[in-house]
Design a protein around this ligand. Structure first.
Ligand code: C2E
Ligand code: MG
Ligand code: MG
Ligand code: MG
Length: 287
């Protein structure tokens, strides 16, 4: 096979990344420590109640830095980790670390943590047991955990697999865990799975939020919010970057939002400080 030079470069980069991911996960294998995976770290981004400005949850977002110090986007390395069979171990670490970090924030501030889960993880028959074991170990109550899944979970699954994933999620919901559908509106089967999966939260992709101040986009956004409500799902707007967008959300009664306007994803110590300052600010307003 003869590769176009650019293609060859991409292939080499892909292989190098795969090797780096593997090495980072292997370096932590067998260790129980939650900080075991060199190069990986969790960042947390607040989800805000727009009318009050209060943080109700944080989304856990995985970060990877190569040994050479280059930060790679999860949009790039997660698909590679899935492809080379690393997502199981990596996903377990993400879940454990996120719940461990969130325990204190939940106790002190009453907030939840939302964790992204890949389709491969969901299709693992032991997934529900694993999640419940993590809750037990970390002491985080089920009601403080939200699992975020994307519709690609169903696009690539057979009917039978879909039914199994649904049963698995239903079992977790019985423990108070909530299920969110992520990036809503960007995939293929946007509506069909809304009645297939047991869901609680609908995260509206930032593509719908981006030009929300324009009339047509606003109509579309409003329709999605109403759809969510009619199915008893809580809508959350993703990628809110401007005060104008937040004002429109308020007028449309979509209270929950996430985006650079409110806060960027940050490491655990910075998030702890962010929550502390928020509490101080609230106390000052109340005084
Ligand atoms: P996502 O779950 O939809 O996460 C939201 C993404 O939007 C994050 O990108 C976040 O940094 C970004 N974002 C938040 N607010 C804004 C904003 O106002 N403007 C813009 N332009 N972007 C904003 P990030 O961290 O790069 O993650 C990308 C995707 O990678 C995530 O999308 C999720 O699908 C995946 N991912 C991240 N961490 C994990 C993980 O631990 N496990 C799995 N399976 N997937 C993960
Ligand atoms: Mg997400
Ligand atoms: Mg999303
Ligand atoms: Mg996304």
């Amino acid at each position: 096979v003869r590769y176009h030079p650019a293609l060859r470069e991409a292939h080499v980069a892909h292989t190098a990344l795969a090797d780096q991911l593997r090495a980072a996960v292997e370096a932590g294998a067998g260790s129980q420590a939650t900080h075991a995976f060199a190069g990986f770290a969790m960042h947390y981004q607040p989800v805000v109640d727009v009318p009050t400005g209060r943080v109700t949850a944080v989304e856990a977002l995985l970060r990877f830095t190569t040994p050479g110090g280059i930060a790679v986007s999860p949009a790039v390395f997660i698909p590679v980790a899935e492809e080379i069979g690393l997502i199981g171990k990596l996903g377990s670490w993400v879940l454990e670390q996120s719940c461990a970090d969130a325990k204190a924030w939940h106790d002190e501030h009453g907030i939840s943590v939302t964790v992204n889960v890949s389709g491969r993880q969901l299709r693992n028959p032991h997934f529900a047991d694993e999640v419940l074991a993590v809750l037990k170990r970390t002491g985080l109550p089920g009601a403080a955990l939200v699992l975020e899944i994307t519709e690609t979970v169903l696009v690539t699954a057979s009917l039978e697999e879909t039914a199994e994933v649904s049963r698995r999620l239903a079992r977790l919901r019985a423990f108070g865990i909530r299920i969110a559908i992520d990036d809503f509106g960007t995939g293929y089967s946007s509506l069909a799975y809304l009645r297939t999966l047991p869901l609680d939260v609908l995260k509206i992709d930032r593509a719908f939020v981006h030009r929300i101040e324009e009339r047509q986009d606003q109509a579309l956004f409003r329709a999605v919010v109403e759809l969510a409500r009619s199915m008893y799902l809580t809508p959350v707007a993703e990628g809110v970057e401007t005060a104008g967008q937040a004002a429109v959300l308020r007028s449309l009664d979509c209270a929950l939002a996430q985006g650079f306007l409110f806060a960027r994803p940050m490491p655990a110590p910075a998030l702890a400080e962010f929550l502390q300052q928020e509490r101080v600010a609230a106390a000052a307003v109340a005084a």
